[in-house]
Design a protein around this ligand. Structure first.
Ligand code: ATP
Ligand code: MG
Length: 333
């Protein structure tokens, strides 16, 4: 364990799913042993796409679920500090100061901006959505993180953070580490419907909290090779969601190799491929379910983790903001 830090997190828009797991959580669970770990509940980021009063009312319930999901997935409460972004106003202050360290055209070139703005026409894109990566730089640099494990949609954002850190250090003196991006093997998990990305907002996900029955139902309805109308028609394995999930979650590689071979030869039915996938995902989720039940049985634990983590983080961030003001020669330092 070094004194280096890891920071990552999620928007409290719903429960965590298998996409989060492969894109970021698996790395979090691994890296928590090497790095001091900070996990953000990024509710201000949620406001860029969901800001109705009814959405905001869901933040606290979703945040609790996400902490429970993280613990169930293997994050150890004594190793990780969770914090609620909106409860630390100093993050907003850093955001304001960082806004002048990056240009508008640079932000406009970020690919995820186009995806996130796709619902609304560009005319309706909020100012905050353009600034999303700047606020993310504030999240990451407010605790001086050294590593950031995130899925593909966030890779370009971490690059913006690196540029802001370098620019700050150049203008005002060495203050921030330039954080490293940590990528994962499956950087974007496909949706169960075949859509390129499994996403809460698209409803094409298997949640870490799904029951065995829910998993079986979702897997049975999964998108496969559309050209394969019968079991005796040879099928395509590459890019086929069912096999992408087999590769990612089945702990029996010999079984996966056998299914692939028979699928390509047209000697296995979709039902068998899917039944074995549902069983594999359930084997993968079983220990997560057990840990969830154990943490759920401790009343008040999750609230305590959020409250104490946020207080602890706020004290850290206040120190960093003081240092930032001092470096910049602003009043109040
Ligand atoms: P929303 O639809 O509300 O944006 P989301 O499911 O995209 O939700 P986020 O909170 O935006 O989730 O993302 C949290 C983290 O999980 C990020 O690091 C993101 O890159 C990663 N992630 C989300 N979905 C996937 C996916 N399908 N594959 C890999 N990583 C993912
Ligand atoms: Mg997202």
């Amino acid at each position: 364990m070094t004194d280096q830090r890891m920071l990552t997190g999620d928007r409290p828009t719903g429960k965590l799913h298998l996409g989060h797991y492969v894109g970021s959580i698996a790395n979090r669970v691994k890296l928590q042993h090497q790095y001091e770990t900070w996990l953000i509940l990024a509710d201000l980021h949620m406001l860029t796409t969901k800001n109705a009063r009814s959405d905001i009312d869901e933040i606290s319930g979703n945040a609790r679920q996400m902490v429970l999901d993280s613990l169930a997935a293997g994050i150890e409460p004594e190793r990780a500090t969770f914090y609620l972004q909106s409860a630390i106003p100093e993050i907003g202050e850093l955001n304001t100061l960082f806004q002048n360290l990056i240009t508008v055209p640079r932000l406009e070139r970020i690919p995820s901006l186009k995806d996130m703005a796709s619902d609304a026409s560009k005319e309706e894109m909020p100012y905050g959505l353009l600034g999303y990566p700047v606020l993310q730089a504030a999240d990451i640099l407010c605790v001086k993180a050294n590593v950031v494990p995130v899925g593909k949609d966030n890779h370009a954002h971490v690059e913006v953070t690196r540029e802001i850190a370098r620019r700050f250090n150049h203008l005002y003196g060495e203050t921030f580490p330039v954080p490293e991006l940590v990528t994962s093997e499956v950087s974007t998990l496909v949706g169960t419907d075949g859509h390129a990305k499994a996403s809460k907002s698209l409803g094409n996900v298997i949640y870490l909290a799904d029951s065995a029955e829910e998993v079986r139902t979702k897997v049975a309805a999964m998108y496969t090779d559309p050209n394969r109308v019968r079991a005796d028609v040879p099928g395509t394995v590459e890019g086929n969601p069912v096999f992408i999930y087999h590769d990612a979650f089945n702990d029996d590689p010999a079984q996966v190799a056998d299914l692939k071979e028979r699928y390509q030869a047209g000697t296995v039915g979709d039902v068998e491929v899917k039944d074995k996938l549902a069983a594999a995902i359930n084997r993968f989720l079983d220990p997560i379910r057990e840990r969830r039940a154990a943490f759920e049985a401790q009343p008040g634990l999750v609230d305590q983790i959020i409250v104490e983590g946020t207080e602890r983080t706020r004290r850290e961030v206040q120190q960093v903001v003081f240092e930032v003001r001092k470096a910049m020669g602003l009043a109040g330092a």
